[in-house]
Design a protein around this ligand. Sequence first.
Ligand code: NAP
Length: 233
Amino acid sequence: MKPYVICHMLGSVDGRIKQDIWGFKDHHKYFEETAEKIPADAWLVGRVTMQEFSSKQEYTLPPATADVPKTDFVADQPEKSFAVVIDPAGKCFWDTNMVSTEHVIEVLTEQVPPNYLEHLRSKNVSYIFGGQKELNLALVLQKLHDLFDIKTVRIDGGGHVNGSFLKAGLIDEFSLVLAPVADGTINSPTVFEAAEGYGNRQATQFKIKSVEQIYEDFLWIRYQVVKNTEAAR
Ligand SMILES: NC(=O)c1ccc[n+]([C@@H]2O[C@H](COP(=O)([O-])OP(=O)(O)OC[C@H]3O[C@@H](n4cnc5c(N)ncnc54)[C@H](OP(=O)(O)O)[C@@H]3O)[C@@H](O)[C@H]2O)c1
């Protein structure tokens, strides 16, 4: 069974997500205060975004002491809420197995070396395999449900991770905090980075669940993903 998936993002009116030039004093609150209102058992981010929370130390791992099997590892830990990172090559390093109050789960491919798995085990960080070379995101969601009892996942970006779940048709809801700002930076990540150019792929349509004006000039728009586009419009 797959968890229910809600993607939550703060975006400029032109869909950009990096806030470097937006000029807001307390830019974290617009994302976080709204995110807190979306009940979920786990939040999930891409490797680039998670490196804002993982260790800032330079880790040089010693060679592996054993041939660690490429099987899922559910760490012994009491938490019931989780911080999940899509990290296919194992680039995030950890000093602890927590981000804030959430237990870390690494989503890996089988390309990661055994000494990286030893690093994760030494910090009691859980990990699951989502594929040999490429990730099967449906399988990843199923494992999060079956191994950790995660029933609702909030995907918190960035654009590449959102885009890959969108492309795989695995997002049920989209929650957008629309910031009153035009960014305009070419080649900066947008809310959904799914594919280069136009091919046979169809855009994903949404239906509005609710719209709220917040922080004076921001809009919080909650959308339901339209699963059967032809029937809907
Ligand atoms: N405004 C907001 O609400 C918001 C929210 C979150 C983040 N952000 C910002 O967004 C920026 C980062 O966004 P981003 O789009 O560049 O990066 P991202 O989505 O955080 O991470 C992308 C990386 O995740 C891995 N990944 C994602 N999907 C994958 C898949 N299907 N298969 C294999 N690997 C996959 C890859 O890691 P590898 O490269 O290791 O293969 C990929 O390069 C940051 O500046 C962050 O602050 C903004």
